[in-house]
Design a protein around this ligand. Structure first.
Ligand code: G3P
Length: 500
């Protein structure tokens, strides 16, 4: 009875459900990819109905693989791709437009227009974020401005907004039949609308964007019972008790609870989160100030974040757009076939450059090509781009905190790539540490839900579940590390100022 917690991880490329036991071990997993819709250059969409259907399927598959029923599950946690905006009609349950994904850059004209009064940092002191296409706010405005009838319906109180956590929660708890419209502080902190101090929507900013407050979900902590799964669903009557944006969930799953602890997650993009405890720290080096977590009534924990838009998705691009490899792991084999990058550097600025540059005018660049360069060098440069981008973000964290990190905890799909992890340690100059359970995103959401229902009693119990799997020590001589970093930074300058 109630021996497990299930986490739903609604990510950028797939939705997963993972069942965890009390020791934080994976019992079973269900996973389904969803379509990536690219209607034009710079636009990225998902179909919200497909996401919700897949969510139901993966829950069913995770339960059935381990022969479990709802009676075995103590609580449900939700984690999600952050910023991706869904706007739906609360009377029909249908989205009025596809979800606009965090990588989508169509709202640059909105950003430019809003920045005319006060610049890109206009709201940064209050919300921790610069104006950028990345965050939900401009995406909601785009939908209201561009979808027929949307603004009228929103003003009449008929439309709801959510990141995919809120979309999944609303549907899971009944949808048009009493669905709960709630998000947590971590997701709310990615919209551009939440005041970091009060943890409430800021009416003035909502007004500037022309977004009615009635569309916005109630902001709750990351760990409390939000509602029960609706009776029409497989997990009926199970409490939904945890929500964390995926990067914050990974930090929580890594048990990085103390100020000064950090993790880097290698997924579609790469996101380094540095826990600053109860203190709101404003970055001078291109990092975001964001919520780390809030457990029930306890004080919130804040964090600094270095967001990198493209890492794993560069490997997918080699596979899907160039046909250079047929599966993502092949990139490692190709890269292993050459002794170095042959002087080739790839700057994957597909959505402009995020941290620490925040340059919307940047576009992808491959530089250093000679007649000597081959597929192996390109593969290697693609992997190395991930490590170089992480180094630049780590430098920003060290500059902001004043206390250099002595090691980096890592997780996410790409940490299975041993060569990349060694190169990462070489380029950072500090050890890189991988835990035994690398599914820290789902684990963090499970922890948040389990804590709320007493399945786990406190953070100490969670820390005790964390075990080291492998550690990579830096081996590259300092001069070589500096030389490569210098070339990388030169390559970055070539990617900038590209948009007409
Ligand atoms: O900010 C975007 C991030 O939350 C997406 O993460 O792992 O779905 O690529 P992921």
């Amino acid at each position: 009875m109630n021996q497990y917690v299930i986490a739903i991880d609604q990510g950028t490329t797939s939705s997963r459900a993972i069942v965890f036991d009390h020791s934080g071990n994976i019992v079973s997993t269900g996973q389904m990819e969803h379509e990536q819709i690219f209607p034009q250059a710079g636009w990225v969409e998902h179909n919200p109905a497909e996401i919700w259907n897949n969510t139901r399927e993966v829950i069913a598959s995770a339960l059935s693989k381990a022969n479990l029923t709802r009676h075995d599950i103590a609580a449900v946690g939700i984690t999600n791709q952050r910023e991706t905006a869904v706007v739906w009609d609360k009377n029909t349950g249908e989205a009025v437009y596809n979800a606009i994904v965090w990588q989508d850059t169509r709202t640059q004209p909105i950003v430019d227009q809003l920045a005319q009064d006060g610049g890109l940092e206009r709201f940064k002191q209050k919300v921790g974020l610069p104006l950028a296409t990345y965050f939900s706010g401009t995406k909601i405005k785009w939908i209201l401005d561009n979808v027929d009838g949307a603004r009228e319906k929103a003003e009449a109180g008929d439309l709801l907004f959510g990141n995919t956590d809120a979309w999944v929660l609303w549907n899971l708890t009944g949808g048009v039949d009493g669905g709960v419209h709630v998000t947590d502080v971590t997701n709310a902190s990615r919209t551009l609308f939440m005041d970091l101090e009060t943890l409430q929507w800021d009416q003035e900013i909502l007004d500037v964007f022309g977004v009615p407050a009635s569309m916005m979900p109630a902001i709750k902590s990351s760990s409390e019972v939000y509602g029960q799964v609706h009776t029409s669903q497989l997990l009926r009557e199970t409490p939904v008790a945890g929500i964390l944006g995926d990067q914050q969930a990974a930090t929580f799953g890594q048990a990085a609870f103390q100020p000064g602890e950090a993790k880097n997650t290698y997924g579609t993009g790469c996101f380094l989160i540095f826990n600053t405890g109860e203190e709101i720290v404003h970055s001078k080096n291109g990092l975001l100030t964001t919520l780390g977590y809030k457990l029930g009534d306890a004080k919130p924990h804040y964090a600094l974040e270095g967001s990198i838009a493209v890492t794993g998705s560069l490997i997918q691009w080699l596979r899907d757009n160039l046909g250079m490899i047929s599966s993502a792991p092949e990139v490692e084999e190709l890269a292993a076939g050459v002794k170095d990058n042959g002087g080739v550097y790839i700057v994957p600025a597909f959505s402009g450059l995020f941290a620490p540059y925040w340059r919307a005018d940047a576009r992808g660049a491959i530089v250093g090509l000679t007649r000597f360069a081959n597929k192996g060098h390109i593969a290697r440069a693609a992997l190395e781009a991930t490590a170089f981008q992480t180094r630049e973000v780590l430098d920003a964290v060290n500059a902001d905190s004043g206390v250099p990190l002595t090691e980096l905890k890592v997780d996410g799909g790409m940490v299975a790539n041993e060569a990349l992890m060694q190169f990462q340690a070489d380029i950072l100059g500090v050890p890189v540490v991988r835990p035994k359970v690398v599914e820290t995103t789902a684990l963090g959401a499970a922890y948040a839900a389990g804590l709320a229902v007493g399945f786990w009693k406190d953070l100490g119990e969670l820390s005790a579940n964390w075990n080291e799997d492998k550690r990579w020590e830096p081996q590259l001589p300092a001069e070589e590390q500096e030389r490569q970093l210098r070339l990388w930074k030169k390559a970055v300058t070539k990617s900038m100022d590209w948009v007409d």
